[in-house]
Write a protein that binds this ligand. Structure first.
Ligand code: S3P
Length: 182
């Protein structure tokens, strides 16, 4: 089992459970399952934006571009962080803005999900919904890995999802969460 943990005590302000990580690391699937196991509502930043706009992320990127998307992403993240304690799953690029990272760190217990590049490529090779993967998926993933190196390092724990079942990942998270809350 591969879990890296930072020593930090449980804090009243860190009230959310937040999942960050590159596309394809399993944030949404894990968030959904975690929601069934701990009594917190589940909110996804991408889904919240799509419901607000009434159309997809892909369409938003095509119409308004990435910079506008990042602004919207920051606004929705802030609103969610100001809400009740929740499991929050985020878009892979949420870490691109330093302010987002600072708020997430202050207001949540942050879990970074990772996976080996080959696993990401396999999981995402037929994906049509992610605008940043248009073209050669393998090349795009390698590029994102390079560009985002170190950006997720502020997380409280890091879990590699490459070789584990969802249930294994959930059990690990719950074990770590209980330690953090102590
Ligand atoms: C993005 C990841 C996507 C989505 C958008 C941009 C990124 O979310 O927010 O396509 O920049 O990594 P997922 O990580 O849930 O796929």
């Amino acid at each position: 089992m591969s879990v890296k943990r930072k020593k930090r005590n449980g804090s009243m302000t860190k009230q959310h459970v937040i999942l960050i990580g590159l596309m394809g690391t399993g944030k949404t699937t894990v968030g959904q399952e975690l929601h069934k196991r701990i009594a917190y509502p589940w909110v996804d930043t991408d889904q919240a934006l799509e419901s607000k706009w009434g159309f997809s992320i892909a369409r938003y990127f095509a119409q308004y571009g990435e910079e506008a998307f990042r602004k919207e992403e920051t606004t929705i993240l802030k609103a969610i962080l100001d809400g009740p304690p929740s499991i929050i799953t985020t878009g892979g690029g949420i870490v691109l803005r330093q302010e987002n990272c600072e708020w997430m760190r202050q207001k949540g217990w942050v879990i970074h999900l990772t996976a080996h590049p080959e696993v990401l490529i396999q999981r995402l090779s037929h994906d049509q919904s992610r605008p940043l993967l248009l073209g050669n998926v393998a090349d795009k993933i390698w590029q994102l890995i390079k560009e985002r190196k170190g950006k997720y390092d502020f997380a409280d724990i890091t879990i590699d999802t490459s070789k584990q079942t969802i249930d294994g990942v959930i059990q690990e998270i719950i074990r770590e969460w209980q330690k953090f809350k102590r």
